[in-house]
Design a protein around this ligand. Structure first.
Ligand SMILES: Cc1cc2nc3c(=O)[nH]c(=O)nc-3n(C[C@H](O)[C@H](O)[C@H](O)COP(=O)(O)OP(=O)(O)OC[C@H]3O[C@@H](n4cnc5c(N)ncnc54)[C@H](O)[C@@H]3O)c2cc1C
Length: 473
């Protein structure tokens, strides 16, 4: 049975954990263990993406899209949003300037491993004109510089990071290993944090603990926090659909901006709806969130790998008040209802059918001018998505049609359910250290403080630098 001691243990090898390991290795002599429940990066492969004859998600125990070295970002679009306006809440802990400095530092790390140098301009004449036109319809454009690395290049960069970290003598990477429990031993002075490995494989003890479990590990992490008496908060979840349409419709916008993040307050229910995660010439993909199939999207930088469609998420933000405290559970119930109606799969529906309250059928989808990039069950999202968010979605698509004509076409495809879970947020100080737990840091999406690659990476740097400062003093 394993029983090892390390100065630092990092739970999770997503971009936040990887950046923390990189920085600690660069600036300290500490021994570092990175534990990851999924596969090492080159072994990660989704059966559905690899074999076209597989039309349904196989619900693998460790979903290759979400878990493994590189985390959820490995098959992502590799879109780094250079902004504090969205993608996380690090500005709640440190100043905007400091967050931007960390984001650019993460970009430097990516470039060291081969990332491109091109960042989109968020202040061009087109952006100004588009933003003004959007405002006429009460649509608000969130400006941000974007670096689009592309799915294939992003994967390659992470693979190079894996090789680099693995070659460092003070770092050990343990894949296919899940931490099942976190304990703090009061008797232990030097290595107080005890981590149990799943299936009784043993224990790890460490002086500094960095939890970077991502969204896929967020439920587990909340349970650990509750057990340790750490205060948590979250009252929000975003639910919606993935919209897919011919790339020409969005071309003017996507060529200039790459992605247009627009927010809109609906007239029908006063809910905030946003466009998010735009993938020009991209693909809609499945996501397996602990057995529930939801949707997401990605796109390649290589023009030869492009599809003819563009997709983006359209999400309704729902905030709950007393007595309800379980927004993630609420979204899971809706997503599982979609799966149930879709025959254990996601549902695809034409916008025209949704508006008429009719299901889409295989024939209608086959006749549609928009050819789906993901095999899903044609059906009726209106049977699963509650009335209010459904009306919010329809209203927003029609308003968007004013600034990008064609979005509200009958054949525009909607895939459901897309969910953005908000992880429970533990009480953290400005160094992302858990309040009341010395040397225990929580970073990235799983700690509820980030929602994207750039800020997740930055959060890893913040925690690493806090440890470096402690070591230096
Ligand atoms: C398909 C897709 C496309 C996306 N596209 C973009 C994009 O273009 N731009 C963008 O900014 N963001 C994008 N995102 C979001 C982005 O990937 C995340 O914000 C980012 O990966 C968060 O990093 P993280 O390190 O916090 O967590 P993750 O990347 O989720 O990594 C956490 C890791 O921890 C591991 N883990 C969890 N619990 C345990 C445990 N108990 N023991 C051991 N290991 C554990 C998990 O297996 C996982 O590998 C996308 C996400 C998906 C799924």
């Amino acid at each position: 049975m394993l029983n090892e001691r390390y100065d630092v243990c990092i739970i999770g090898a997503g971009i936040s954990g990887v950046c923390a390991a990189y920085e600690l290795n660069k600036r300290t002599n500490l021994s570092i263990l990175v534990v990851e429940q999924g596969d090492e990066i080159l072994k990660r492969s989704c059966p559905k993406l690899k074999d076209k004859s597989i039309t349904k998600c196989l619900k693998c125990r460790n979903c290759s899209i979400m878990k493994g070295f590189g985390g959820a970002g490995s098959f992502s679009d590799g879109k780094y949003n250079i902004t504090t306006e969205f993608g996380g809440w690090l500005s709640d802990y440190i100043s905007d300037e400091e967050v931007m400095e960390m984001i650019y530092y993460v970009d430097d790390i990516n470039m060291e491993f081969g990332a491109i140098n091109t960042i989109t301009d968020d202040d061009s004449e087109f952006v100004k004109k588009f933003s003004k036109k959007a405002l006429e319809y009460d649509l608000h454009l969130q400006k941000a510089k974007v670096k689009h690395i592309g799915t294939e290049n992003n994967f390659e960069i992470l693979a190079k990071m894996y090789d680099f970290l693995k070659s460092q003598k003070r770092i050990k990477i343990m894949c296919n290993t899940k931490i099942s429990s976190i304990e703090k031993l009061t008797k232990e002075v030097k290595y107080p944090y005890q981590l149990s490995l799943e299936e009784g494989k043993g224990y790890i003890h460490c002086q500094y603990l960095i939890a970077a479990p991502g969204r896929s590990g967020s439920v587990w992490f909340s349970e650990q926090c509750q057990k340790l008496g750490i205060k948590l908060s979250n009252n929000q979840v975003d639910i919606g659909v993935r919209v897919e349409l011919p790339a020409e419709i969005m071309e003017e916008v996507t060529d200039e901006l790459y992605e247009a993040k627009l927010t809109y307050l609906t007239k029908c229910h006063k809910h905030r709806v946003r466009t998010f995660c735009m993938n020009p010439y991209g693909y809609v993909v499945n996501e397996n969130v602990d057995g529930i199939i939801t949707v997401n999207g990605h796109s390649y930088a290589d023009v030869n790998m492009r599809s003819k469609n563009t997709n983006f998420a359209l999400l309704v933000s729902l905030t709950f008040t007393e007595p309800f405290k379980e927004p993630n559970k609420y979204a899971r119930q809706i997503a599982s209802l979609v799966n149930m109606i879709g025959g254990d799969d996601i549902i695809v529906q034409r916008f025209g059918d949704l508006k008429e309250g009719r299901r889409s059928t295989v024939e209608k989808i086959n006749r549609s001018t928009v050819k789906p990039t993901l095999t899903a069950t044609p059906g009726n999202l209106g049977l699963a998505i509650p009335h209010d968010p459904l009306q919010d979605i329809i209203e927003t698509i029609e308003v968007l049609n004013n600034i990008v004509p064609g979005i509200a076409n009958v054949d525009t495809l909607l895939y459901g359910l897309e969910v953005k879970f908000y992880s429970d947020k533990p009480d953290l100080d400005k160094n992302l250290q858990v309040k009341g737990y010395d040397n225990f840091y929580a970073i990235g999406d799983g700690a509820g403080i980030t929602r994207g690659l750039a800020q997740a990476g930055a959060s890893g740097i913040i925690a690493a630098r806090a440890i470096i400062q402690k070591e230096n003093s």
